[in-house]
Design a protein around this ligand. Sequence first.
Ligand SMILES: [Zn+2]
Ligand SMILES: [Zn+2]
Length: 206
Amino acid sequence: MANLDLWSNHSIQQFLAWIYGETALGDAGYDGILGVPGDNSCCRTLIRKFEEENALTVDGGLWGWECQQRACLLLTQGISLTDHFSSAEFGCGIAISEDDTPSLHSINCMHYPEVLNHTALRCLERTRQAIGSAIQITSGVRCPDYNASLSGSSSTSRHLLGRAFDCNTLGACSYEDLLEIGLQNGFTYGYVGDGFTHLQYDGSGY
Ligand SMILES: [Zn+2]
Ligand SMILES: [Zn+2]
């Protein structure tokens, strides 16, 4: 069973952008630099704010398990990501039709082994708006062990990177139409699977 490490610095910044807005990262943006405790960079200021708001140790380190556990809990409970999607819909083992048996998951998965890519989410939101009705997520982000437990999955699946979604429109349109509309709205690849449409984004951007 894989033992996952902390999120990358870029992933931590993506999480901070979700809760405080992308502009809160300032001119530095997604630069991958968390800043040392006590400094006044935008990123460190946001981490400090997050620690204070959640009654965590403030400026105790760069970003530890205490922060990440809290972040994963908030994401699992549901943070609004776009006009129509909440993080509660995408977690590993908690999306519709998934199996949350603990033994299926990597150590430290905590439902959010990786942060969702903002650009991929924007593609999903645009697709949702183009269709004009709900999109149900049947599989979002996955940890390596959970991914491997699924028949036919690839060890390089973009689900591992928070860049792919298996979804349907609850009957509003066909899987084929959902694929076509997804590709028209920014997704770079997709296919129709057995009871779902897989949409993924491989382009640049966080
Ligand atoms: Zn997992
Ligand atoms: Zn998929």
